[in-house]
Design a protein. Sequence first.
Length: 139
Amino acid sequence: MTTAKKMLPATNVDEYIKRYPAKVQSTLQKIRKTIKKAAPDAEEVISYGIPGYKYHGILIFFAAFENHISVYPAPRSSNLFKKELQVYKGGKGTVQFPISKPIPFDLITRITNFRVKENEEKLVVKQTKTKNKSVNHPR
């Protein structure tokens, strides 16, 4: 069985990962390292009971299940990933990587890089709007 025992939510990523069998732990650690390498400035968090990373907002999360590891949000609507992600199960914003097959760490790297860029672009737009608002409406 690859799912964690029912218990209180983990308080940190190490605690979350230790709840799984050794083989799954190894995969989760590799996913963690992959994300941290792609987004070294991201803050590691536990949110909604799963490991995640924040960088100018939500960046990426991952979670282990009995037969797969999910990564969220997955850019399924992006033309850069649409074809590649269609081979994996998952909802509109998730991708499920079967535990029984090799995990595509290069794809996780590219998704993380895409999300970093996406969040940086949103930040610039937000800062521009805030700056324009203060210029147009001085106190």
